[in-house]
Design a protein around this ligand. Structure first.
Ligand SMILES: [Zn+2]
Length: 460
């Protein structure tokens, strides 16, 4: 009897010493975890517990295993785990115009090819099929949040939601008649309806996107920013992309674009300026004063020979700087790894200074920097308990990644989008071991190829 009692006591004590493990939906365990938090904390190896939409905990694999039991576990041993990449400027459906017109300057490219092609072919169908194609490309190359500006933006929102991607999506406002609005007033009304429809969506942040200073008059710019303020949503604009744009503003308004947009009350409180290539020190101070985020697009800027944005100056001034691919018609892909690498190379090349935009600075720009530019750094951009579970697992076993001394160097200077194995957004696994779960990849490609026939006919 005594003996049995002793056993019972011992068993009881063992149970009491081992507290029940909390059930969670998902654990990503093993590999080098780069949190991209303020201290740039890295765990090698690390593990992440995820439940619902959120990151619950980050610690060593043993500590996470002791505290949590998971419905699904992803083995990331040998890989790098990092926050999902944030593409702060693109036009998703423009993947349908990929390679349609290359090797020319922005204004020729826009006015002779892109605007006419769009006038003949943009439709809800093209936008839907194009966005699905872009979504597969983004999921497969590790982008978890994208900022978009295009037409029929509600189709983009629906396709992004279906794909499981986070989107900051701006309905385009432009002065001339376009496929989804015959006048700017129609466009503004459309944008308002779009914002109302998606403002409470957990994945989609609706926005308004006046195309540019040179494609909108003052009244339209002011009306756009007023809608942004009224609904508390982002206002996105192409800004100081070429020296031609700046010359035009100086002639028309006797001011730089930054100063003019300030003079009409356009900036703030939630504005995102894409490009910002041709800016003075005073312009940078204006952007900083109004807390404007800037989306840097090195590949598009190089391909269209627009110039090199002064990224070092922006960072020194404390401007929130994100990275973008721009639309696939001027890049010609949506691979943010390539964008990181090219951002670093362009900054070094333009300043003749190899210390400008280090690998770490480029990785910051593609993650937490982009989140700051969107004023979403409380939710995304780094791996921290309480933030949304937007993360990627990147393979590091390719020949070109061997050997590895520095994970950050490898992510920026040798890794490609194709090396991404697993993509998770809002706690949901969108791709595991390169199998996209949310969209039918083969059907998406077939639809795009079928539609490309129509585009080909239209631009003949
Ligand atoms: Zn653009």
């Amino acid at each position: 009897m005594k003996h049995l009692l002793l056993i019972a006591l011992l068993t009881g004590a063992a149970v009491a010493a081992q507290p029940a493990r909390r059930p969670v939906a998902l654990i990503v365990s093993g590999g080098t975890v780069l949190t991209q938090d303020a201290a740039h904390r890295a765990l090698a190896p690390g593990a992440i517990a995820i439940n619902g939409t959120d990151i619950v905990d980050i610690d060593t694999p043993a500590a996470i295993a002791a505290r949590y039991s998971a419905a699904e576990t992803i083995d990331a041993r040998g890989d790098i785990v990092l926050p999902g990449l944030i593409n702060t400027h693109t036009h998703a459906p423009m993947v349908m115009y990929r390679g349609l017109a290359d090797d020319m300057a922005l204004m020729d490219w826009l006015q002779k090819y892109i605007f006419p092609a769009e006038a003949k072919t943009v439709s809800p169908e093209l936008v839907r099929i194009g966005t699905r194609l872009a979504a597969v490309e983004m999921i497969e190359s590790g982008t978890t949040t994208f900022v978009d500006m295009y037409y029929f933006e509600e189709e983009i929102a629906r396709a992004a939601f279906e794909a499981g991607l986070r989107g900051v999506l701006g309905e385009t406002i432009i002065q001339f008649p376009v496929a989804d609005a015959k006048t700017p007033a129609e466009g503004l009304a459309r944008a308002e309806r779009f914002i109302q429809e998606f403002k409470d969506n957990g994945l989609i942040v609706p926005a308004i996107a006046p195309h540019a200073l040179y494609t909108n008059d003052k009244a339209t710019l002011v009306a756009s920013t007023e809608i942004g303020r009224r609904y508390g949503v982002p206002v996105i604009i192409h800004f100081a992309e070429t020296d031609e744009e700046v010359k035009g503003a100086r002639e028309r308004d006797q001011m730089t674009p930054a100063a003019y947009l300030e003079s009409i009350g356009f900036w703030g409180p939630k504005t995102l300026a894409a490009h910002g290539v041709w800016v003075t020190d005073e312009d940078i101070a204006i952007l900083k004063k109004h807390n404007v985020g800037v989306a840097h697009n090195p590949e598009s800027n190089m391909k269209l020979a627009s110039g090199a944005a002064p990224v070092g100056k922006y960072l020194a001034a404390g401007v929130a700087l994100g990275l973008g691919t721009d639309g696939a018609a001027s890049n010609n892909d949506l691979d943010m790894f390539e964008a990181m690498r090219q951002a670093s190379f362009l900054a070094k090349h333009a300043t003749h200074d190899p210390t400008v935009l280090s690998a770490r600075a480029a990785l910051d720009m593609a993650t937490i920097g982009g989140a700051r530019a969107l004023q979403m750094d409380g939710l995304i951009g780094s791996l921290e308990a309480g933030k949304r579970a937007d993360l990627i697992v990147v393979g590091m076993s390719a020949v070109r990644q061997t050997p590895m001394y520095d994970p950050v160097s490898h992510l920026v200077y040798t890794t490609r989008g194709d090396d991404v194995k697993t993509t998770i957004v809002n706690g949901k696994v969108l791709m595991k071991d390169r199998q996209v779960r949310t969209l039918n990849r083969a059907a998406v490609i077939a639809d795009a190829n079928r539609l490309a026939q129509k585009v080909r006919e239209a631009v003949k």
